[in-house]
Design a protein around this ligand. Sequence first.
Ligand code: 13P
Length: 267
Amino acid sequence: MNRTRIPLVAGNWKMNKGPAEAGAFVRDLLESSTHAETSAAASPRAEVAVFPPPVSLPAVAEVLKGTPIAYGGQNCHWKSKGAFTGETAPAFLAELGCRYVLVGHSERRNLFGENDETCGKKMAAALAAGIEPLLCCGETLSERESGLTFKVVERQLRAALGGLPAAAQFTVAYEPVWAIGTGRTATPAQAGEAHAFIRQWLGANLAPEVATRTRLLYGGSVKPDNFGDLLKQPDVDGALIGGASLELASFSALADSATSYLTGLIS
Ligand code: 13P
């Protein structure tokens, strides 16, 4: 982790936590982070964000609007309105106060037909609606075993980010598919190498300042006991967390680790 970028600890709840449970969870999360805030006085803190299912967003927004904890959608459509049953326009997420939206999560790519082209359209649409897109990329196990990791990630980055202006504000999550929900986390060296590749790509293909400011998150079986070593990698700026974001104790522990790391770097 690098001191110029504030780390982001993001919880992707996937299809978990309906409105009542989501509202109660963020109330507890807010309360526990307020306690930490008072004891940590004015020292810098990692940013925390949650990505609830769409129907739970209003309940989460009611609790978190105006607080330092951000929230976002897990998906959006690229059109602003129309006959697209089941879809959500980015402007609707913005109206609820969403700061972020996930684009191209591997579950959307593998289970729901999302592809490089739709990811590109969603990136542009989210930015136009004033929401920061969080692009997910990463290779499958067979792609890694065939030595195609960088080729796949490069293709995903080019399709989603290739046409963006240097001013575009986005985040990238490197989520190797083989590490998601499997308990098999990428080693810090594997994550570090992929993140360095992504940062170098941003610098060469968008602009050097994009590479410097863009946060790169690691995702895939992140737990409190492996996060610290991942954060030691200079290009890892936080995590996108599935399973361990569903329990208050583990999610708060992950947020606290990122904050301690940041504080340690700065002091
Ligand atoms: P797990 O942390 O459960 O492996 O999920 C990672 C993920 O897909 C986050 O988007």
